[in-house]
Design a protein around this ligand. Sequence first.
Ligand code: FE2
Ligand code: FE2
Length: 263
Amino acid sequence: MRILFIGDIFGRPGRTIVKDRLPGLVKDHSIDLIIANGENSAAGFGITPPLAEELFDLGIDVITTGNHVWDKREIIEYFESADGNPHSPAKRLLRPANYASGLPGWGVYEGKKNDVAYAVINLQGRVFMVANDDPFRVVDELLKNIKAKIVFVDIHAEATSEKVSMGWYLDGRVTAVVGTHTHIPTADERVLPGGTAHITDVGMTGPYDSVIGVKKELVIARFLNNMPARFEAASGDVRLCAVVVDCNEITGHAHSIERVIVR
Ligand SMILES: [Fe+2]
Ligand SMILES: [Fe+2]
């Protein structure tokens, strides 16, 4: 199975490049399954139900998120709208699994693509981020109940050390552990010895003439003055950052991970 994972889709520029380039990527890389982090889809801050549906309509199978998941409050109703159908779009939108139990939404999706079972897990780091439950112990618990061999993990975290640690911690137990959140692609993609594909950060899908997606003047002013300012999405130098993971359907182990950046 060949899996495409698209890094944090940022605002309209990010959504547009996904719409324009996804069909070609799917064809060129013989992609079977598409996962994307959508936490910044709504002008950089959160995701709305219509935007989630728009991404699903493009062929994305599962959407992960992160710390921006609650920015658009409508998403809570979307989570709550999930009916008995375990494969409805609302079930295929994830928030980090290690948020406090009882919150709306969920951090795991289990489905099938081309008759092959797979699972996606969304986690969030705790270093320089809000104090969530321990993602390491939470993922141990989640894995006890997952039957699929193909398990894809998005670790949404600030610290490279935490994302690399999660890769080694899950090596041999899942197909891939990819980092998101910092919006800067890292050049360390590799298959770890146990067969788990890893990259510290996939990078953002959005405008790079910016500071991690936001108009650069606004962020520089924040550093200079520490005054509150409304952050707005930038628009120039749009890139799509993703990885392609090729894995064995029987064992779930990764054969390869390739970084893909298109403009
Ligand atoms: Fe993000
Ligand atoms: Fe984030």
